[in-house]
Design a protein around this ligand. Structure first.
Ligand SMILES: C[S@@+](CC[C@H](N)C(=O)[O-])C[C@H]1O[C@@H](n2cnc3c(N)ncnc32)[C@H](O)[C@@H]1O
Length: 190
């Protein structure tokens, strides 16, 4: 029997990201990509003419991602280690179609989150999507910097950073290797 992660990486993750709004040929940023459970399916959706920039400060996680990408025959993933300038995103202004912030906001206190939204705004094209999976809020396995925040608080701080909420929906997705049902927030750059 296939594990959740096998099912996700084989097919279901791809369907998920198509529904999120990722399209063939696009340029994506997966900020805090870890070992790539979101990067890999996103790379399958954008295909050989697209690209996924996978950022993490953890070199070991990026090595695992690179191995996984090779075993899947994917050559459209660009791993970026942002260890020294962890909140900077060294990509051109207005060059990205979709940025993912999946299961990462709880790592950063509010000023750091604000800087990440600012960077997102700089690199995203006009009308591009910022897609957020704000796991570990007060009502959802609370942890670290989101433990006192509800979904509406997260929405508020991102809207203040020049985005507007376009879709808020619950979806089944992989989290730490197992399926979970979580809120996904899709914002558009204003
Ligand atoms: C909970 S993991 C999620 C990983 C991935 N999205 C997944 O589920 O497969 C969060 C990741 O964010 C990374 N991270 C945390 N703060 C970061 C920062 N400031 N810059 C880059 N990566 C960061 C961590 O190293 C970790 O790999």
């Amino acid at each position: 029997m296939k594990t959740d992660i096998e099912k996700w990486l084989r097919e279901e993750g791809k369907v998920f990201f198509e529904d999120i709004g990722i399209k063939k040929g696009q340029k994506i940023v997966d900020f805090g990509c870890g070992a790539g459970h979101y990067t890999i399916p996103a790379a399958k959706v954008v295909g050989k003419n697209g690209r996924v920039y996978a950022l993490d400060k953890d070199t070991e996680a990026l090595n695992q991602l690179t191995q996984k990408a090779e075993s899947e025959g994917l050559d459209n993933i660009v791993p970026i280690c942002n260890q020294s300038k962890e909140l900077e995103i060294n990509l051109e202004d207005e060059s990205i179609d979709v940025m993912l912030l999946y299961d990462i906001l709880h790592y950063m206190e509010s000023e750091k989150r604000r800087r990440v939204y600012e960077n997102a705004c700089r690199i995203l094209k006009a009308g591009a999507i910022l897609s957020v999976y704000p796991k570990h809020r007060r009502s959802d396995e609370p942890l670290w910097n989101l433990a006192d925040m509800e979904l509406e608080d997260v929405i508020g701080e991102i809207e203040r950073a020049k985005f507007h909420l376009e879709r808020k929906f619950q979806k089944k997705l992989i989290h730490n290797g197992n399926y979970d049902v979580g809120y996904i927030l899709n914002f558009r750059k204003r």
